[in-house]
Ligand binder design. Structure first.
Ligand code: GTP
Ligand code: MG
Length: 196
């Protein structure tokens, strides 16, 4: 479990991110999927990453230092309809630069809303990770918002899609930032990833 988490720095330019001298894991996913909330839940620090009911809250690459040993990164979400074309292009460049060039990146956690049927934009992003060789695991979010039966059904449908694309099931976690669900499993996985 994470014992200490502190905010370090925010950037728009991936080149200005902290010196890549320690392991790093980034959280990414659609706007409003719950990236910042999940980071707060995992670290046990309520307002470490800023959250909002309105999509598009996180706009920068945010570095947090975990247990004085590794970096956790909160990224802006993709797929927010109200964003201008210009901003979208800038986002894509910033994120793809970051994800493909960050030397110390051990992997990304791609967050998927457990309430929805598979979304094209998520499948496309995961496919891009596969093509670029960015290692990923999937965290399904907001599991508290519906019955366990419905969550299980949606998770299975999504994983089946991934099997179609990749021929295998990635590591995945079912979480609720609200209820603390998945905290132990995901924390353990993050620690394994940064220890490799
Ligand atoms: P951007 O920074 O805009 O890309 O969004 P984000 O992915 O960081 O989402 P954020 O954590 O800000 O959460 C968006 C909204 O969903 C907030 O109103 C949260 O309170 C809510 N939310 C996030 N996770 C959960 C969860 O597990 N359960 C419930 N019920 N609500 C959640
Ligand atoms: Mg956010």
């Amino acid at each position: 479990m994470i014992r200490k988490a502190t905010f370090l720095i925010s950037n728009t330019d991936p080149k200005k991110c902290p010196k890549p001298d320690r392991a790093e894991i980034a959280f990414i996913g659609r706007s409003n999927v719950g990236k910042s909330s999940l980071i707060n839940m995992l670290t046990g620090v309520k307002e470490l990453a800023k959250t909002s009911q309105k999509p598009g809250k996180t706009q920068l690459i945010n570095h947090f230092t975990i247990d004085d040993r590794w970096y956790l990164v909160d990224l802006p979400g993709y797929g927010f309809a109200k964003v201008s074309k210009d901003k979208k292009v800038k986002w894509e460049k910033m994120i793809s630069d970051y994800l493909t060039n960050r030397a110390n990146l051990c992997g990304v956690i791609v967050l998927i809303d457990s309430r929805l049927e598979p979304q094209m934009i998520d499948l496309e992003f995961l496919n891009w990770c596969g093509e670029e060789g960015v290692p990923f695991a999937v965290a399904f979010t907001k599991a508290d918002k519906q019955s366990k039966t419905q969550t299980d059904k949606n998770v299975r449908t999504f994983l089946n899609k991934l099997v179609e694309i990749f021929g295998e099931t990635p590591d995945y976690f079912v979480t609720s930032a609200e209820k603390g669900q998945g905290k132990e499993e995901l924390s353990k996985f993050l620690y394994e990833l940064v220890s490799e």
